[in-house]
Design a protein around this ligand. Structure first.
Ligand code: FES
Ligand code: FES
Length: 151
C-alpha cells in the first residue's frame, strides 16, 4: 500500500501495516522528529499532519495511511528555508529539553494553515493537545504569533 510521505511516494510494507504510524515513521523510515510520549493520544508529542490535519500518530494504524499524505517536521523546510513556524521557534528559542517540540510545531502549522490569523482562543483550542513538561507554553504562544505575521 502506498502513501505520500513529505511529498514523495512511499510504501508501507505489509508486515508494518498493524504497527502505529508513529512506529512506522520512526523505526522504518528513520524520521525521529515525532516522539513517543504517552502512547495513548493525550500528549501530542507524536503529532504529524495527515492530509493536512494534525494527527496523533501513536493512535493511527500504519496501514490506514494508504492513499493519504503524511507530513512530518522533517518535511517542513522547503528549498533550504525553514518553515515560518520553525523559524519563529528558532528566533524565540522556544524549546527547552525539546522532546515535545516537533509535535508542538506540527500543531502550530496545522493551526496556521487553517486559521492564518488565530485568536488567543483559537491557539488555546489547538495547542491544549500539546503537553510540555518543561513549561514552554508562553514561548510557544509568542512564536505562533510571530509565525502568523510571516505566513
Ligand atoms: S505519544 Fe501520541 S499523543 Fe502522546
Ligand atoms: S520542551 Fe521539554 S517537554 Fe516540552
Amino acid at each position: 500500500m502506498s502513501f505520500i510521505l513529505n511529498g514523495e511516494g512511499r510504501e508501507v510494507p505489509a508486515d508494518w501495516a498493524d504497527e502505529s504510524l508513529l512506529f512506522l515513521l520512526r523505526e522504518h523510515f528513520g524520521l525521529t522528529g515525532a516522539k513517543f510520549g504517552c502512547g495513548v493520544g493525550i500528549c501530542g508529542a507524536c503529532t504529524v499532519l495527515v492530509d493536512g490535519a494534525a494527527t496523533q500518530s501513536c493512535m493511527m494504524r500504519a496501514g490506514d495511511v494508504a492513499g493519504l499524505s503524511v507530513r512530518t517536521v522533517e518535511g517542513l523546510a522547503e528549498g533550504g528555508a525553514l518553515h515560518p513556524v520553525q523559524q519563529a521557534w528558532l528566533d524565540l528559542g522556544v524549546p527547552q529539553c525539546g522532546y515535545c517540540q516537533a509535535g508542538q510545531i506540527m500543531l502550530a502549522v496545522a493551526l496556521l494553515d487553517a486559521t492564518p490569523r488565530p485568536t488567543d482562543a483559537d491557539i488555546d483550542a489547538t495547542m491544549e493537545v500539546g503537553l510540555c513538561r518543561c513549561g514552554t507554553y508562553r514561548r510557544i504562544r509568542a512564536a505562533i504569533a510571530r509565525a502568523a505575521e510571516a505566513v
